[in-house]
Design a protein around this ligand. Structure first.
Ligand code: M1P
Length: 254
């Protein structure tokens, strides 16, 4: 039985943010927002992003209101920050899982490793501490759009992030952590199981008939892989916002 609030919208459609809804770190287009508004009349909708809520809001809350006006479910940091119909849901934290002492060892190692890395350019904020994860960027998060694109291309050839992740996986094998490369310049580090499937626990009690998920990094090792292959969801791989819009039109409006 579907919760009363969703009695007329018995399906849920969840979206990853960067890629399926917007270009990486860019604002959502008016066309996408208009389509989501129409879609929301038929189904419940939500996003499941790896970024923190402030960054996702910059991308999605572009009509002057906040994300809770546009989405029924808002899941930032893989659902470690979670809202249902604008109301925050209880959650856990990365630091309480890892513990201060173990975290210090991890972050010290990461900062030493970054200091020794020779990448074409470096900017600031190499480790971003979030509620449900840390985000590690070999070039630093304070990069311009062009600098991001340049690093992404460089990393495709030199595999800086993949090598870094392998070292961390070996060195901190007993920490129970997952290292996921999801975006252009960084990777996320979070406790095993705190991938995007973490968000599903917040919606399972609603009784939806179907839960769809749209992601772009749905291959093994990508940060959408687990939720995309989870048996509780129907997964869709898309490569751009335009691709998502076409798929939605075909699925729900034809
Ligand atoms: O949503 C995908 C990723 O987006 C950002 O990655 P990057 O800055 O490398 O493009 C980050 O917010 C990351 O946490 C997130 O998984």
């Amino acid at each position: 039985m579907v919760s009363a609030e969703f009695a007329n919208r018995k399906k849920l459609v969840l979206f990853d943010v960067d890629g399926p809804l917007t270009l990486a770190r860019r604002p959502v287009s008016p066309e996408m927002l208009d389509l989501l508004t129409e879609l929301r009349k038929k189904v419940a909708i939500g996003f499941v992003g790896g970024s923190d809520l402030a960054k996702i809001s910059e991308q999605l809350a572009v009509r002057g209101n906040d994300v809770f006006d546009e989405f029924d479910f808002a899941f930032a940091e893989n659902g470690l920050t979670a809202y249902r119909l604008g109301k925050q849901l209880p959650s856990q934290s990365f630091i309480s899982f890892v513990g201060e002492e173990r975290y210090k060892k991890l972050v010290n190692f990461i900062l030493h490793y970054v200091a020794d890395l020779d990448v074409p350019i470096k900017r600031g904020t190499f480790v971003e501490f979030r509620r449900g994860m840390i985000n590690v960027s070999p070039m630093g998060r304070n990069a311009s759009i062009q600098e991001r694109l340049d690093f992404e291309a460089y990393d495709k050839v030199h595999r800086v992030r993949a090598t870094f992740v392998k070292v961390l996986q070996e060195k901190f094998a007993d920490y129970g952590l997952t290292f996921a490369i999801g975006g252009q310049i960084s990777f996320d580090v979070f406790p095993n199981g705190w991938d995007k499937t973490y968000a599903l626990q917040h919606v399972m009690g609603e009784g939806f008939e179907e839960i769809h998920f749209f992601g772009d990094k749905t291959h093994k090792g990508g940060n959408d892989y687990e939720i995309f292959t989870d048996e509780r969801t129907i997964g869709h791989t898309v490569i751009s916002p335009e691709d998502t819009m076409n798929a939605l039109k075909e699925m729900f409006f034809s």
